[in-house]
Design a protein around this ligand. Structure first.
Ligand SMILES: O=P(O)(O)OC[C@@H](O)[C@@H](O)c1c[nH]c2ccccc12
Length: 259
């Protein structure tokens, strides 16, 4: 099988000496007709891949910024099916890999087989499902591997060493190293022993390790990427897109480039 688009994108960035930058956007914040334009803009800023969030009424891992964006999107009538069909429109013209982030409930509501089919039609490269524990992921792992869609696992700061070892073995595409305990949202600083934690994950993991949660400044990006392969930035990007601060987004993404 040819190398997956997600793997290729990381390889390109990392062999260049740069770090990966994966912005998160809430699909339909600003209207679903903006989604493909936002993706194109972020790609033009130098993003490695885009994490596209599906609005959901009970977003247990989301902090206030992402929750507010989800509410705006739901007011626009945005659904999982609508997001996937919008992404399908640019499947053949876009180069940048797309990772869909959704809770398990909307997947269930749509039906697992239909969901995976639709993701494949839409050219989705990976999935993040934060409330799907390792023990339950057999629900969709076979279908995903048939369609070469990566299931990106998250390692929490509170995960036990045994669990971490299972997560690092199983993860596909990249490992999402959660940097804080709690929900998403910009933070001023990180735990002092985070560097050690990221280094340990990196040693165990065969795919790139990306740090996410709380990353909101160029300094954070530089600081965290000394110990891992890149960052995921959500709340800060969601805010800046909402405020139409495009130059600030460009500067933040550029912080992951070799300098
Ligand atoms: O917003 P932050 O703190 O930059 O964190 C990234 C995050 O928003 C994004 O990856 C995400 C949004 N919702 C999630 C739920 C679970 C895991 C991750 C996410």
């Amino acid at each position: 099988m040819p190398k997956a688009k997600l793997d290729q994108a990381f390889e390109r960035v990392l062999t260049n000496g740069d770090k990966a930058f994966v912005p998160y956007i809430m699909a339909g914040d600003g209207g679903l007709e903006q989604l493909n334009k936002q993706i194109e803009f972020l790609a033009s800023c130098g993003a490695t891949a885009i994490e596209v969030g599906i609005p959901f009424s009970d977003p247990v891992a989301d902090g206030p910024t992402i929750q507010a964006a989800g509410i705006r999107a739901m007011k626009n009538g945005v659904t999982l099916a609508g997001v996937l069909s919008t992404l399908q429109q640019t499947k053949n013209s876009r180069d940048i890999p797309i990772v869909v982030m959704t809770y398990i409930n909307p997947i269930y509501a749509m039906g697992i087989d239909i969901f995976v089919e639709q993701c494949s039609h839409a050219g989705i490269d990976g999935l993040i499902i934060p409330d799907l524990p390792l023990e339950e992921e057999g629900l969709l792992t076979n279908q995903l591997s048939n369609h070469a869609i990566a299931l990106i696992r998250l390692a929490a700061l509170t995960s036990t060493p045994e669990r971490i070892s299972e997560i690092t073995k199983r993860t596909e595409g990249f490992l999402y190293a959660v940097t804080v305990t709690g929900t998403t949202g910009a933070r001023a600083t990180f735990k002092t022993d985070l560097d050690q934690h990221l280094k340990a994950l990196k040693e165990q993991c065969a795919v790139p390790v990306l740090a996410g949660f709380g990353v909101s400044t160029a300094e954070h990006v530089k600081q965290l990427t000394t110990h891992c392969d890149g960052v995921v930035v959500g709340s800060r990007i969601v805010d800046l897109l909402h405020q139409e601060e495009y130059e600030q987004i460009r500067a933040l993404v550029a912080a992951a480039k070799l300098s």
